[in-house]
Design a protein around this ligand. Structure first.
Ligand SMILES: Cc1cc2nc3c(=O)[nH]c(=O)nc-3n(C[C@H](O)[C@H](O)[C@H](O)COP(=O)(O)O)c2cc1C
Length: 237
């Protein structure tokens, strides 16, 4: 019996060792497999990350496109407006200021190089203003100017009525710039006369590519609300 046990013992030991080795190896194999699975299978975070990346890509591209489109659209839609006006006694100036405030537009005063005195403005006295209005070629000089006129798409042009027409300094203004492709919207103030032919006569001084909108006459002391109503009416808001 002892001999038999002695003979079998090495085999038992070898078998036991082999079994242990196999179990250790399979455990190791399981560990490796788990590790590989963990590496192969994206974790929640990395999957979401990848998904986010996949989703972000078109978003980013769309963002670029849309911002390009937006820029293009803005370029088409945005109108930069200048309110340019001439005024000797403040009536036209007040309306111009209302318009500029309502629209958030730039404002420019047409200032004569040689300012008009009270005597110059006394009409039916053959004073300076009367004489200029009688001479269709009169072009009173303007002091200063608009350096960035190219930037404006629309000019809202205000003036007082002098003998049924715009003061000749408005002709000087219109002949001083290239308004091609721009829109001009005239308005005037007067004691009682309407805008009449003053606007169409000014239109004749500009190139055909200038779009003239119908003008509007305002009375002295017009309210800001009335001015705003006009702006809404002609759709330049
Ligand atoms: C020389 C001259 C001529 C004018 N001619 C007219 C006219 O024909 N019809 C009219 O209603 N008002 C006439 N007016 C009055 C002005 O048009 C009016 O007072 C205007 O609102 C003044 O604008 P302002 O204050 O911006 O200079 C004339 C004023 C001047 C100085």
């Amino acid at each position: 019996m002892r001999r038999i046990v002695g003979l079998l013992l090495p085999f038992v030991i070898i078998f036991a060792l082999a079994a242990c080795g196999q179990s250790a190896a399979s455990e190791k194999q399981e560990e490796i497999q788990t590790a590989v699975q963990k590496t192969d299978e994206p974790s929640e975070t990395s999957r979401n990350g990848a998904a986010a990346e996949t989703e972000e890509m078109p978003d980013t591209e769309m963002g670029t496109e849309s911002s390009v489109l937006t820029e293009g659209q803005e370029a088409d839609v945005i109108t930069k407006t200048l309110v340019a006006y001439f005024s000797c006694t403040g009536t036209t100036e007040l309306v111009a200021e209302y318009i500029a405030e309502i629209l958030g537009a730039d404002i420019y005063e047409i200032v004569p190089e040689n300012p008009y005195t009270e005597a110059d403005l006394a009409y039916y006295t053959n004073g300076r203003a009367d004489q200029e209005q009688n001479d269709s070629n009169a072009r009173p000089a303007i002091s200063g100017g608009v350096e960035n006129m190219d930037e404006y798409d629309a000019i809202i042009l205000g003036y007082p009525i002098w003998h049924g027409q715009a003061p000749r300094i408005i002709s000087t203004f219109l002949e001083s710039y290239d308004f091609s492709g721009k829109t001009i919207i005239p308005f005037c103030t007067s004691h009682s006369s309407g805008i009449g032919s003053s606007a169409s006569n000014l239109h004749d001084l500009c190139s055909e590519s200038v779009e003239w909108m119908d003008g509007k006459r305002f009375e002295s002391g017009v309210s800001k609300e009335s001015v705003q109503n006009w702006i809404v009416e002609i759709g330049i808001e």
